[in-house]
Ligand binder design. Structure first.
Ligand SMILES: NC(=O)c1ccc[n+]([C@@H]2O[C@H](COP(=O)([O-])OP(=O)(O)OC[C@H]3O[C@@H](n4cnc5c(N)ncnc54)[C@H](O)[C@@H]3O)[C@@H](O)[C@H]2O)c1
Ligand SMILES: [Zn+2]
Length: 347
């Protein structure tokens, strides 16, 4: 298939390009950085879509921005950009879209109280954090909550401008699917890591900081008690998820394909999949794995905290495994060792 990969010069996009070539597809990179074009430029997008079978939309402004003044820039790149791309796809009758979704649409993770079941804790209290009580508490009884896995049907709760633009991309894509009969798969990536990872994103930040501390011969400094749970998924596994999702889009295009199942979380034509390793790890474990791989000093747990940090967020990626047969192949230990060795962009 000929696939337009927007953001194809970026961290994840470039791994997707490699993966697609390996599977005999013909990726076409469209990226601001590579001088290939801006997704907000309708004329450039129209040209790039010529002869294309599907679009893999990775282009986005990633990160948290400095302050709210950055909001128009994020909305422009991510949402106006997606709208222009979708309008041109409608015009060119390109009916398959893979979208780079994100776990940030969920906000906090999923929590259960032993007595009250699944609950939604509010922000953690400063008094708790000061006292070293880092686990969120049940809003009904104040007990510590047990973290669970977030499924695709969890309520949407974007907590910053970037997260809001990622959610809006999904809504725009679902609207496009309804209006045009197109089909969208949104892959909600969890914390993607691996060679080439950018430094200043909400996903990469901490791994990059640990790695640069180790490169200076210093111990990685782990906030809170190090028990914050995340799902680190390797970039090559994410690229492979894109490849299997592309096959699924293609299967739906084929005349003998079964009817698209209705999805409560997006409507017909739209399916979201979490993309995580399925093996939650703590920030403390990540620091230890990187320290071991670098042969550096053991991590130091500092008890410091940042207000607004999410305590736990981990995906349930069962839908992707069961429906599309995807399996992550890179183990945590091997992936962290590779990351430690790929020190090229250490600050
Ligand atoms: N890195 C993660 O852990 C993670 C997690 C969840 C979702 N995502 C999503 O994955 C996608 C890729 O992220 P990444 O980590 O590879 O970031 P990245 O910054 O390395 O890649 C993004 C690419 O998009 C390009 N781009 C930005 N604006 C553009 C525009 N207007 N027109 C054309 N190209 C443009 C950039 O030049 C860059 O090459 C993004 O959509 C991001 O929101 C990333
Ligand atoms: Zn309770």
């Amino acid at each position: 298939m000929r696939v337009l990969v927007t953001g194809g010069a970026g961290f994840i996009g470039s791994h997707i390009v490699t993966e697609l070539i390996g599977r005999g597809h013909h990726p076409v990179v469209f990226d601001l950085a590579a001088g290939g074009g801006d997704v907000r430029d309708a004329g450039a997008v129209r040209q790039a879509l010529a002869g294309v079978d599907a679009v893999c939309h990775q282009a986005a402004r990633v990160g948290l921005g400095k302050d709210f003044g950055d909001a128009p820039g994020y909305v422009s790149a991510n949402d106006l950009g997606t709208a222009v791309l979708l309008a041109e796809m409608a015009g060119a009758r390109v009916s398959g879209l893979l979208l780079a979704g994100s776990m940030v649409v969920y906000g906090e993770g999923r929590y259960a109280c032993a007595v009250h079941g699944v609950v939604r804790p509010g922000p953690r209290a400063v008094s708790d954090l000061e006292a070293g009580r880092f686990e969120p508490r049940c809003p009904a009884c104040g007990a510590d909550l047990a973290p669970g896995l977030v499924g695709e049907d969890a309520p949407m709760d974007p907590r910053n401008v970037y997260a809001t633009t990622k959610l809006a991309q999904e809504h725009l894509a679902a609207s496009w699917a309804r209006a045009t009969g197109g089909r969208v798969i949104s892959l909600r990536y969890h914390n993607v890591y691996g060679p080439g990872m950018p430094r200043d994103t909400p996903y990469a930040g901490v791994a990059a900081l640990f790695r640069s501390a180790l490169a200076r011969g210093e111990a990685p400094r782990v906030f809170e008690d190090g028990g914050q749970r995340r799902d680190f998924v390797h970039v090559r596994d994410v690229a492979a998820a894109n490849a299997v999702a592309l096959d699924a889009l293609e299967a739906v295009r084929a005349p003998e394909a079964p009817a698209t199942p209705h999805r409560p979380d997006g409507g017909p034509g739209f399916t979201a999949y979490n993309v995580g390793s399925g093996q939650p790890r703590t920030i403390g474990e990540m620091a230890a794995a990187l320290a071991t791989a670098c042969g550096g000093p053991d991590p130091v747990v500092t008890g410091e905290y940042r207000l607004g940090d999410v305590r736990h967020i981990t995906a349930d990626s069962a839908r992707l495994r069961e429906e599309l047969g995807w399996r992550p192949a890179v183990t945590f230990a091997a992936g962290m060792a590779e990351l430690a060795a790929s020190g090229a962009d250490v600050p």
